[in-house]
Write a protein that binds this ligand. Structure first.
Ligand code: FPP
Length: 247
């Protein structure tokens, strides 16, 4: 049965975020180099992006490279960077055809100049697309994002641009990389790991979490539908009682 038929299109998560994990193990299981895992991971990126856009998900955020990933062997970092430039070049057509706007979050200054250039070009070329915002988290770390936000807010307090009493959730939101995005409704992590790994810590405060054992290169649109169906079965109470929600 195609799981698509079980999805309620009037109750889609507005923002889906994915920790794409398991590329290395996928390759190892097949006796291949880790690079092949990442390469096959890009295929899952494409099908997931297209499926989300077709369904009507308005925001998709993918954890493509964390601040901690810089500590991997240089060869692997270089491979991932090459794959990213290659994908950005190749996927521009898919983004335009599907009316998808590219966005990025993270400490982008740390990325090689070639990636920054390619990224900015694709962001500019897709800026008027309106069906879905695809955000790539690159050189992203949630703690670093929060430290930056705290520094910027402190600076404004020091300059008397804002007073301490006015600091609230919306001021924090405005100072995060994700200031243009709604909070995350559904967070998916593949590969059987049950961790958040420094991803969108503030933004997932009330997200529904979905963990699957499937390794990222094996993640298909049916797995995505499974996650959305699970999300739709849950009662999101945001701290209230079940009775209050049903009123
Ligand atoms: C985790 O698998 C995956 C990554 C660190 C990188 C994700 C990158 C891609 C899917 C490819 C390129 C991305 C885009 C957006 C085009 P892992 O290496 O940690 O796997 P393991 O835990 O099995 O070792």
């Amino acid at each position: 049965m195609n799981l698509l038929e079980s999805i309620h299109l009037d109750n889609l998560p507005k923002h889906v975020a994915i920790i794409m994990d398991g590329n290395g193990r996928w390759a190892k299981q097949k006796g291949l180099l880790r690079a092949f895992g990442h390469e096959n991971g890009t295929k899952s990126v494409r099908t997931t992006v297209e499926s989300c856009a077709k369904l009507g998900i308005e925001n998709l955020t993918l954890y493509a490279f964390s601040t901690e990933n810089w500590n991997r062997p240089k060869l692997e970092v270089d491979t991932l960077m090459k794959l990213l430039v290659h994908s950005l070049k190749n996927e521009l057509k898919t983004l335009q055809e599907n009316n998808i706007k590219l966005n990025s979050i993270g400490n982008l200054n740390r990325l090689p100049k070639s990636i920054q250039k390619e990224l900015n070009e694709v962001i500019t070329l897709t800026k008027d697309n309106s069906k879905m915002v695809l955000t790539l988290a690159l050189s992203y770390g949630s703690r670093e994002e929060l430290i930056n936000a705290i520094k910027n807010i402190s600076d404004k307090v020091k300059n008397n641009t804002i007073s301490i009493d006015t600091i609230d959730e919306s001021i924090i939101n405005e100072h995060l990389y994700t200031h243009n995005l709604p909070e995350v409704d559904l967070l998916i992590r593949t590969s059987g790991e049950h961790r958040i790994s420094n991803f969108l810590l503030w933004q997932i405060a009330y997200a529904e979490l979905f963990f699957t054992d499937v390794l990222w290169p094996d993640f298909t649109e049916q797995h995505l539908y499974e996650a959305i169906i699970s999300y739709q079965k849950r009662e999101r109470r945001f701290g209230k009682t079940s009775e209050q929600i049903k009123k």
